[in-house]
Write a protein of this length. Structure first.
Length: 51
């Protein structure tokens, strides 16, 4: 039986200061079958650089 696959969807707007902590937390999980989707809603900060 195949393992369940999870998608972690994180909407973000002007929170470059927090997205790093969020991504570190998700990447620190031990479950191997997951993807992380970051959805930016037109942020004015440097969110793309941080991600």
């Amino acid at each position: 039986m195949a393992a369940t696959f999870f998608s972690i969807v994180t909407p973000i707007y002007n929170r470059a200061d927090l997205i790093g902590l969020t991504l570190e937390s998700v990447l620190g999980q031990t479950y191997p079958q997951l993807e992380i989707l970051v959805v930016d809603d037109g942020s004015k900060d440097n969110i793309a650089e941080v991600v």
